[in-house]
Ligand binder design. Structure first.
Ligand SMILES: Nc1ncnc2c1ncn2[C@@H]1O[C@H](COP(=O)(O)OP(=O)(O)OP(=O)(O)O)[C@@H](O)[C@H]1O
Ligand SMILES: [Mg+2]
Length: 143
C-alpha cells in the first residue's frame, strides 16, 4: 500500500471552521482502526497547528500523511513568520490579543504541546515569508 496523504486549506480568522481539518484527520485515523494513543497525539498536534494558522498566520495548509512506520503532519503558512522561534516555543509565551484570549486561546501552550506530542518536531520560520512546522509520530506494532 502506498502512502496516504491529505491536504487541508486553513483560512486566517476563520473561527467558524477552526478545528475542522484536525477533526477530519482524527476521523480518517479512526476509520483506519488505528490505536487511540497515536490518534490522540496526532489530533492534538494537528489541532494546535491548525488553530495557530487561524489565529496567528495569514492562512496556510495542513498536510497529513500516513507512511508505513509513521504519521507526518506539516503546517505551512504564508506569513507573517515568527521573529524569535526560541521564545515562541516557551511555555506560556503568547502574543494573542485580549479578543483571542476571551475565546479561550492564548495560553502559550500550542507549540510546546506540538513538540510533546511528536517523536520529531521541526519549526522553520522566516519573517515576511512564513512558518513551516513538521511533526512526525512513529507508529508502533499494533497502532
Ligand atoms: N503560524 C504562526 N505564525 C506566526 N506566529 C506564530 C505562529 N504560530 C505561533 N506563533 C507565535 O508563537 C506564539 C506561541 O504560540 P503557541 O501556539 O505556543 O501559543 P498561543 O497560540 O499564543 O496560545 P495557545 O496555543 O495556548 O492557545 C504565538 O502567540 C505567536 O506569537
Ligand atoms: Mg497556539
Amino acid at each position: 500500500m502506498g502512502n496516504i496523504s491529505y491536504e487541508f486549506q486553513v483560512e486566517k480568522d476563520d473561527f467558524e471552521r477552526a478545528g475542522e481539518a484536525s477533526s477530519k484527520i482524527k476521523k480518517i485515523l479512526r476509520q483506519l482502526g488505528m490505536d487511540s494513543g497515536i490518534i490522540r497525539r496526532v489530533a492534538i498536534g494537528a489541532y494546535e497547528a491548525e488553530i495557530n494558522l487561524v489565529i496567528h498566520s495569514l492562512g496556510g495548509i495542513i498536510s497529513f500523511s500516513i507512511e508505513p512506520k509513521s504519521i507526518t503532519i506539516i503546517a505551512k503558512d504564508s506569513g507573517p513568520g515568527i521573529e524569535n522561534v526560541e521564545l515562541a516555543m516557551k511555555e506560556g509565551y503568547s502574543t494573542a490579543p485580549e479578543r483571542i484570549r476571551e475565546m479561550g486561546f492564548g495560553a502559550g501552550m500550542g507549540l510546546p504541546n506540538m513538540k510533546k506530542c511528536s517523536d520529531s518536531f521541526n519549526i522553520e520560520s522566516v519573517v515576511g515569508k512564513g512558518t513551516v512546522i513538521t511533526m512526525k509520530m512513529m507508529l508502533k506494532d499494533g497502532d
